[in-house]
Design a protein around this ligand. Structure first.
Ligand code: A3P
Length: 288
């Protein structure tokens, strides 16, 4: 455990990544024996990049638009977060196939069997400025962290890769380098905001599903920001770590960073992005 990282975030190192203690526990207890199934579908992401939105979309596509179950069953039951302590892993082992599973683990920390079996993985990311702002509000809201600092202090933490599942850029880059694998679909939050319909079609095609025009409309309506914010089953209310469930759906916009970032912060982060991602072709969208 790196004491310097601990402060308000309970962070442990795994490879180069700062993981929460529950993820380390998962790796210690389940990693070696983890049994993936060939038809498992994983939604993978760095936190605050649109994971919940993507999970709900994948659930609806996969369930042939079963809005009723989406409204009545909690998302964490339908789509467990495998390494989180709130998840009863024996229930995950007993789920019917195909399983829909969520993880924030980076590519290099994923259980080997997931990679061996080439399970389908949909990865989502978002521009790092909006991620930092969203993560700041989440850290303030989370019972476990109850972050008390201001945004400037949080920015330093994010910049120096001291927030859980960081480094953000490396998390992205690892999956980006696998974006052309046939079992990987790499998505951007901003693309979903810009054109949800073509992204729904893209996700459906990846999952070998066909969507009728009516299906498309239903999914679009149900997963719209305002609609998801009102839906109890996606409000993460079962997640005891959420202090105030309402504020999980905060703004759902591209570009809220403009209300928080100073010119210095923009410059610092841009320099880091350019250095880490140089020649990778990975580029972010900061405004629509
Ligand atoms: P903001 O804090 O910027 O509002 P994650 O699910 O990975 O934790 O990501 C949370 C972010 O996605 C939050 O961003 C949240 O508001 C946003 N979000 C959740 N559902 C959304 C939706 N249906 N449409 C757009 N954004 C959504």
């Amino acid at each position: 455990k790196d004491e310097k990282l601990a402060e308000s975030f309970d962070v442990y190192l795994c490879n180069e990544f700062s993981l929460p203690s529950f993820a380390i526990k998962f790796i210690q207890e389940e990693y070696e024996t983890y049994e993936a199934r060939n038809d498992d579908i994983y939604v993978v992401s760095y936190p605050k990049t649109g994971t919940t939105w993507l999970q709900e979309i994948v659930y609806l596509i996969h369930s042939n638009v079963d809005i009723k179950s989406a409204l009545t069953l909690g998302l964490n039951k339908r789509f467990p977060y495998i390494e989180h302590s709130m998840t009863n892993f024996s229930e995950v082992k007993n789920m019917g196939s195909p399983r829909l599973l969520k993880t924030h683990l980076p590519y290099s920390c994923l259980p080997e069997d997931i990679l061996q079996k080439q399970c389908k993985m949909i990865y989502i990311t978002r521009n790092p400025r909006d991620v930092a702002v969203s993560y700041y509000h989440f850290a303030c809201m989370l019972k476990e962290t109850q972050y008390k600092g201001n945004f400037e202090q949080f920015f330093q933490r994010f910049y120096f890769d001291r927030t859980t599942y960081s480094p953000f850029l490396l998390h992205n880059l690892e999956f980006w380098n696998h974006r052309n694998d046939k079992n990987v679909l790499f998505l951007f939050y901003e693309d979903l905001k810009r054109d949800i319909t073509s992204n729904l079609k893209k996700i459906a095609a990846f999952l070998d599903h066909k969507l009728s025009p009516e299906d498309l409309i239903s999914i679009k309506e149900h997963t719209d920001f305002k609609s998801m914010a009102k839906t109890e089953s996606t409000a993460l209310s079962e997640d005891s770590s959420i202090g105030n469930k309402g504020s999980f759906y905060r703004k759902g916009q591209v570009g809220d960073w403009k209300n928080y970032f100073t010119q210095d912060m923009i410059q610092m982060l841009d320099d880091k992005v350019n250095e880490v991602l140089k020649d990778s072709g990975l580029q972010y969208t900061y405004e629509l």
